[in-house]
Write a protein of this length. Sequence first.
Length: 316
Amino acid sequence: MKNFIKKPEDLVTSREQTRAGFISFALEKNRRSTPIIESAKSFKVLASNAKTAKALLKIAEIRPAMLTAAGLSDKALNYFSEDDKDKAILGLIENFLEPAGKYFVDEVVYRYLLIKGDSLGGSMRNIVGVLAQQKLIRTLLSNLSIAGIDYQWLCNKTKKWEDKPIADYAIEEQLKALTWTNPKGMYRTLAFNLNIPIVKNNIDICLFSANTDEYNDGSIVDTPESILMLGELKGGIDPAGADEHWKTGNTALNRIRDAFAKNNLKIQTSFVAAAIEKKMAVEIFTQLQNKTLSYAANLTIDLQLVNYCDWLLKLK
């Protein structure tokens, strides 16, 4: 740690890194919006078969899209009968589409895009953490590859352990856990987003002294003696939210340390974040110096992320 983080300023996210993070997020948002745009095009073509706004009710193929344009979510529709749905669509037509005159098709497509865009914005807030996790996993896999270390990975889709593939392209999108042998010949398993009973909380990064059998579909969480390290991962790049991320992360880490101390168990903790501002950098650095925090890294700084992953892979 001393070789790579010598002062609080080393942890701070620069303007360039913040800008790059925002651009990366914007590109991902655009990529994920492509299916919505394409569906809107199809919606417009099919809706154009209607001569009047009310005729839209008779086109079965666009009924789900009409309900979306009316502002109804999939969750809300569970409480609607077919008659209720008709009334919702009719309300859309009478209040918004008919007043648009001959431009009623454009109007309904705009409203469809508005609702879908709002939904995408909500899902993107959840995607931030996913993208941060994928970046961490990709760096871990790169470190393993460079070191020539074999591993097995748990596929979130198949729920099965897979051997190291010849080409590991995009497996970070499906990886739930990763197992390898450290330089001392001890098995290590790293898993993500597990509820740890001793802490009574969901933890982002969880490192266990265990092989795939001992991991046992995640039931290893009931054996706190096997837990080596628990860490917080914050992927948000907006500086405005950085301090709040640190506060919630630090609270979670303190809860972890207290829970293990009460059970006379040792635990190492870490904090990794994309947005680190000056004030929180000082607090993080102080905790590193007094060994309250075992390791920390800025997700946007390759040197720190690579060495964080190296620390994880070698942890005794």
